[in-house]
Write a protein of this length. Structure first.
Length: 130
């Protein structure tokens, strides 16, 4: 098995669907890195990972909002597709095996994990439904 781990911000709110009687949470994660090219110019490269989390435990879905920082781990797959202009493209997808909320949304100084625990009716964090 090849394992992919990604830490990044969600590009949009997740969607939850039922496919063949099974729940799937779909979301996209952006990972950006900055570097200097050979000329010394500052560059930024963003890699997008389209994620599918097949789970019966969909209680995490309300917390998967645009900008949320997450750690996701799973099996990668590269898919080919045809762009609108007729050229070929590829996308990186991942079947998510586990996901963790790492903090507040991008630009938000609050700690999302603390908010989640606070909304769980005072239960300990390992009693959360996800």
């Amino acid at each position: 098995m090849i394992k992919l781990q990604v830490i990044g911000h969600l590009g949009k709110d997740c969607t939850t669907n039922v496919v063949n009687g099974k729940n799937v949470i779909n979301f996209s994660v952006a990972h950006s890195e900055r570097y200097k090219d050979a000329s010394g110019n500052q560059k930024e490269k963003t890699t997008w990972v389209e994620c599918a989390y097949w789970t019966d435990r969909t209680a995490i879905a309300p917390y998967l909002k645009k900008g949320q920082l997450v750690f996701a781990e799973g099996s990668p797959e590269v898919r080919g597709y045809t762009k609108n202009d007729g050229t070929q493209g590829t996308s990186l997808t991942m079947r998510v095996l586990s996901i963790q909320l790492l903090g507040g949304a991008k630009g938000d100084s609050s700690n999302e994990e603390a908010s989640v625990a606070g909304n769980a009716g005072g239960n300990e964090s390992d009693d959360l439904p996800f």
